[in-house]
Design a binder for this molecule. Structure first.
Ligand SMILES: [Fe+2]
Length: 569
């Protein structure tokens, strides 16, 4: 059976193809159309995943869509009644255009969109999968756990912001949920805006929080109420904040920060208090769930779990024995989640898990001849190398900064070594150079380390066997005290690092790079940051070349081809 998962019309459009129980391909549309967080119909992604599976749209049996417009419409009507029409209309007014309605409306006509973009031929079934069920499927089915609890926390689904499920033998059952009026994800987003950052920049708030103190604890205690049943509620007086209904902020907070204004201790303290509260709430839910459950494993999903600091603390909480977070825990996993649910939740397909842990490298690969064509067109001098990993390691040891493209594109919002910028973490000023000259990021944003499986426990306080989330750059772990000053390039101000562990089987060239780097510097660790500059992470050789030409990278490694700065024309 061929199942095509789609997510679109909101943000993070993507497509995923499952053929006879196996994920063949998954990719986000932004990698192709170069529009960050695009909500467009994912035509190019669908073309790619079908091509990867050797199929056409006519071969697809089911299209699984990660949104249920009927439930969303009913929820919208109920919200109108619950929060009273005047507040509701105020919300609509301050949400121009009301994207939510567009999503609902377009979703009803998904089949027409498929016909318009993919041509006639699709005669299969369209299945609407509830948004949180898709998140749940995206984590449970890839976790390798047979019996597990599942917690989904994000901005909002059709009517809920948080949902708890139980799963056993491929069946997922919803147990409880929290209405979307009480959304931890949206409060976090709204404070991110308050601090002068854009939507999707919650990572900046998280990074900033490490510089602050929990001095706004009383305020956040007023906003969030932790309930004895293991859930939480938001004081409705603060409702107007998260829906941008023009509400007044609490006078204790002071004025919102404009993006051009300097960051002060007050902003750091607000971020720290928010982060602390988010952690408290998630731990409260996980703790209560584990006490009421006989399951040992917990699967997590939803945008909140992009928060590595929170994830690190949750993993260490001891409430469950093991945790799993998929590489596309945000809505980037919507297509995969919907397809997984259709395959295993609805259709009893035979599960083919593939590699364990789950490999995120499911996007397009580019053969040598295509890379070479792009290089010739670029007019950049290049050479072919039999061991690009070794050569790149030597350049890193020489404090060069490298644009790196190898193998299939990684799924999810983080660069996992397939499309990365690599640098030497031992170099004292590397962070400033990367931030200022290449990435254009804030000074307080840390860079994550990429490390071999074998070396991870040497430098970092991480469990062995290594938690699966560490393969997807979703975990902040302490850097061992004795290495913190040497590994200054990847050690955050709080002594942690957002680690990514590399498996030889998945990334052989990157693995050999790290092994060579270990020989040269004594550390099998490199800085890994996404290969982009204020745009989606690169996908094709052309994207890589364009970024190389405009940023101060010293070397570009595309498969077996190498371009060096000093050889530029
Ligand atoms: Fe979501």
């Amino acid at each position: 059976m061929n199942i095509l998962g789609i997510t679109c019309f909101v943000h993070d459009s993507a497509a995923c193809l499952i053929k006879d129980g196996k994920i063949i391909a998954n990719i986000e549309e932004e990698r192709f159309n170069r529009v960050k967080h695009t909500g467009d119909f994912p035509k190019q992604s669908i073309d790619y995943v079908l091509h990867a599976a050797g199929l056409t749209i006519a071969d697809v049996d089911i299209i699984a869509f990660n949104w249920n417009p009927v439930k969303a419409l009913i929820a919208e009507l109920l919200k109108f009644v619950l929060i009273t029409p005047p507040v509701y209309f105020k919300m609509i007014k301050h949400n121009k255009p009301p994207k939510h309605f567009k999503t609902i409306f377009y979703s009803f006509f998904l089949r027409r969109f498929v016909k318009k973009h993919m041509g006639i031929g699709f005669r299969g079934k369209v299945v609407w999968v509830d948004h949180h069920m898709a998140h749940a499927a995206s984590t449970y089915y890839l976790s390798s756990f047979d019996q597990a609890d599942i917690l989904v926390v994000d901005g909002f689904g059709e009517y809920e912001s948080t949902t708890f499920f139980k799963a056993k033998a491929h069946k997922i059952e919803r147990r409880w949920w929290i209405l979307s009026l009480h959304s931890l994800g949206l409060i976090y987003l709204n404070f991110t805006r308050f601090l002068g950052f854009a939507p999707y920049q919650e990572g900046k708030t998280m990074a900033l929080s490490s510089y602050g103190r929990d001095t706004y604890q009383n305020l956040f205690n007023r906003i969030f109420r932790i309930l004895p049943d293991g859930t939480f509620a938001i004081d409705m007086r603060y409702l107007s904040w998260w829906n941008l209904a023009g509400g007044k902020f609490d006078p204790d907070l002071g004025l919102p920060r404009e993006p051009y204004e300097p960051i002060t201790q007050r902003h750091m303290d607000i971020a720290a208090s928010l982060q602390k509260k988010a952690i408290d709430i998630v731990l409260h839910m996980i703790g209560a769930a584990s006490r009421a459950s006989n399951n040992k494993y917990l699967c997590l999903a939803g945008g909140i779990f992009l928060n590595c600091n929170l994830n690190g603390i949750a993993h260490k909480s001891g409430f469950y024995e093991k945790y799993f977070i998929p590489p596309f825990t945000s809505d980037t996993g919507g297509a995969a989640g919907a397809a997984l649910y259709a395959a295993f939740g609805l259709k009893n397909e035979t599960y083919t898990p593939g590699t364990l842990p789950f490999s995120p490298y499911l996007g397009p690969d580019y053969p040598d001849d295509e890379i070479e064509k792009a290089l010739i067109k670029s007019n950049l001098p290049y050479r072919k190398s039999e061991s690009p990993g070794i050569e790149a390691a030597r350049a890193l040891a020489d404090n060069k900064i490298i644009g790196w493209m190898q193998g299939r594109v990684e799924a999810g919002p983080r660069a996992l070594g397939a499309r990365s910028i690599l640098a030497n973490p031992l170099h004292k000023t590397i962070k400033d150079r990367l931030n200022q000259k290449i990435k254009g990021r804030e000074y307080f944003q840390p860079f994550g380390p990429i490390v071999t499986e074998e070396a991870a426990t040497k430098y970092f306080e991480i469990d062995s066997p290594i938690p699966q989330s560490a393969y997807y750059m979703l975990l902040a772990v302490p850097v061992k005290k004795e290495y913190q000053s040497q590994l200054a390039g990847i050690t955050h101000v709080d002594g942690t690092a957002r680690i990514q562990v590399v498996r030889r089987e998945w990334c052989p060239e990157l693995y050999s790079l790290l092994k060579e780097l270990e020989k040269l510097t004594g550390f099998a660790v490199a800085i890994n940051t996404s290969f982009n500059y204020h745009e989606p992470i690169i996908c094709s050789p052309d994207d890589a070349i364009n970024t190389f030409k405009t940023r101060e990278l010293d070397m570009l490694v595309l498969g077996k081809f190498i371009v060096e700065k000093h050889t530029r024309k």
